[in-house]
Design a protein around this ligand. Structure first.
Ligand SMILES: C[S@@+](CC[C@H](N)C(=O)[O-])C[C@H]1O[C@@H](n2cnc3c(N)ncnc32)[C@H](O)[C@@H]1O
Length: 275
């Protein structure tokens, strides 16, 4: 399987911001970071940027299944002279994990496009029928810490419940509205999202969805923030049959802050959490 490598400035850089925030929170609370394992490196551009900005003690082992993405990642990592800190493996993350311990923190902006089948523009972005299949598999691996990008159109409430059922607490989240892009606007995908919305599995306005950087942990007595995130996600929707663009606009403006976090009184990216 090989196609165009995925890189979206808005989405990929938001993912990078969430990863950098996680590293800095960890450094503040524990004085050190942890090893990170990445599912789906893409072009590696984003995480190269993060690694250049944070301390040299941070290491990532990334896995990429798609051949052209892998090649692009390898060349970007080389250009940034990060080979010693950003290890890259070409292949299926889940197959590789059969022989590796689930240690440290799993990070991923996973494939989450929902569609009845993988015949979509970029098949390696397919997240199963409801969009959350890869995320569920990742959570089931049992890493002590997990940071996943979660889309409000990919069965987000089901995914929050899945994580709870796997003994995770949602310890931190940051969300932002994103306009449907080239891949989520593909008619087959967009139609399917509308069907999922009718079934209560997608939460979208006419032109946007919420993208959330969600961090779960299995460690420590952590308060779980799933309910507050679920409330925000439920609010990001247009009442069915209202047919009114103004209502869609109103919904978007209601959350028009570029980034919404679980600690709104502070700078959005300096969030306390229950870690
Ligand atoms: C949404 S893209 C994210 C890429 C990059 N992290 C970013 O945010 O720009 C998801 C990536 O996961 C890769 N991928 C999908 N399934 C995979 C698997 N089972 N193992 C490794 N990589 C996978 C895809 O090829 C794609 O590059």
């Amino acid at each position: 399987m090989s196609a165009t490598p995925f890189y979206d400035e808005e989405e990929s850089e938001f993912y990078g911001m969430c990863v950098e925030d996680l590293i800095r929170r960890r450094q503040r609370s524990h004085g050190s970071a942890f090893g990170m394992v990445e599912l789906g490196v893409g072009t590696a551009k984003t995480i190269c940027g993060v690694l250049r900005r944070v301390g040299a003690s941070i290491h990532v082992h990334g896995f990429e299944i798609d051949e052209s993405s892998f090649r692009s990642a390898r060349s970007n990592i080389r250009d940034h002279a990060l080979e010693d800190r950003y290890r890259l493996t070409h292949g299926d993350f889940f197959e590789a994990m059969a022989d590796l311990p689930a240690r440290g923190c799993l990070i991923s902006n996973p494939p989450y496009l929902p569609s009845p089948d993988p015949q979509i523009r970029l098949p390696h972005l397919w997240g199963g029928e409801h969009g959350d299949h890869i995320s569920r598999r990742a959570i089931a691996l049992g890493f002590p810490h997990v940071l996943l990008m979660l889309s409000s159109f990919a069965n987000p409430l089901g995914l929050l419940r899945w994580a709870r059922a796997h003994d995770y607490s949602l310890v931190h989240w940051v969300a932002r509205p994103i306009e449907f892009g080239d891949y989520s606007s593909e008619p087959k995908v967009r139609r399917h999202i509308d069907e999922l919305a009718a079934a209560g599995r997608s939460f979208v306005t006419e032109d946007s969805y919420l993208l959330v950087g969600a961090t779960w942990s299995k460690e420590g007595p952590s308060a779980d923030r799933s309910a507050e995130l679920a409330r925000l996600i439920r609010g990001h929707s247009v009442p069915r049959h209202s047919g009114s663009a103004p209502s869609a606009r109103l919904t978007r403006e209601g959350i028009s802050a570029a980034v919404i976090s679980d600690r709104r009184q502070d700078s959005p990216m300096v969030a306390t959490d229950s870690e």
